[in-house]
Design a protein around this ligand. Structure first.
Ligand SMILES: *[C@@H]1O[C@H](CO)[C@@H](O)[C@H](O)[C@H]1NC(C)=O
Ligand SMILES: *[C@@H]1O[C@H](CO)[C@@H](O)[C@H](O)[C@H]1NC(C)=O
Ligand SMILES: *[C@@H]1O[C@H](CO)[C@@H](O)[C@H](O)[C@H]1NC(C)=O
Length: 124
């Protein structure tokens, strides 16, 4: 279930980016039919994680040090999924606890915050 949600988010990011001219991220991480097949197989590959990280970086939601700009990332997430005020508050609280996003697979931590947006984040 968790993996499926991650893939839904990556799919939405892909769809959002494909609606426009190709960005540097899409060129650098050219997503092929084989990658889409991985998505369908609920297989979040390193390549798909790296694309997601690149897309977040391009939107300055994470800076070159991998530090998260919570307000920017929150705005980006709200472009993909419209969140309620409470969900936004929970998401921001969770994002503030994260360490810098250094590797592609660290993107999972952001996705986990998005997935847990309905859950009050108590251990801060
Ligand atoms: C996920 O995709 C990669 C690359 O296509 C492949 O090597 C790997 O075996 C796949 N993993 C699973 C669990 O299907
Ligand atoms: C985060 O993004 C906001 C705009 O959404 C900007 O005003 C702010 O300066 C940024 N913060 C950092 C630390 O870059
Ligand atoms: C990145 O930002 C641009 C312009 O602000 C926006 O059009 C685009 O949807 C954003 N991409 C994502 C994946 O949020």
């Amino acid at each position: 279930m968790r993996t499926l949600n991650i893939l839904v988010l990556v799919c939405v990011m892909l769809a959002a980016s494909q609606a426009r001219e190709k960005t540097k991220c899409e060129i650098d991480h050219a997503i092929t039919d084989a990658d889409l097949e991985d998505l369908r197989n609920k297989n979040l590959t390193e390549k798909l994680s790296c694309f997601a990280k690149c897309a977040l970086g391009a939107n300055e939601s994470i800076n070159s040090e991998g530090e998260i700009n919570v307000s920017k990332l929150n705005q980006a997430v709200n472009r993909w999924i419209k969140l309620t005020e409470e969900e936004n508050a929970n998401l921001n609280k969770c994002l503030k606890t994260l360490s810098p996003i250094k590797s592609c697979s660290d993107v999972r931590h952001i996705v986990t915050c998005v997935e847990n947006r309905k859950v009050q984040h108590l251990h801060t």
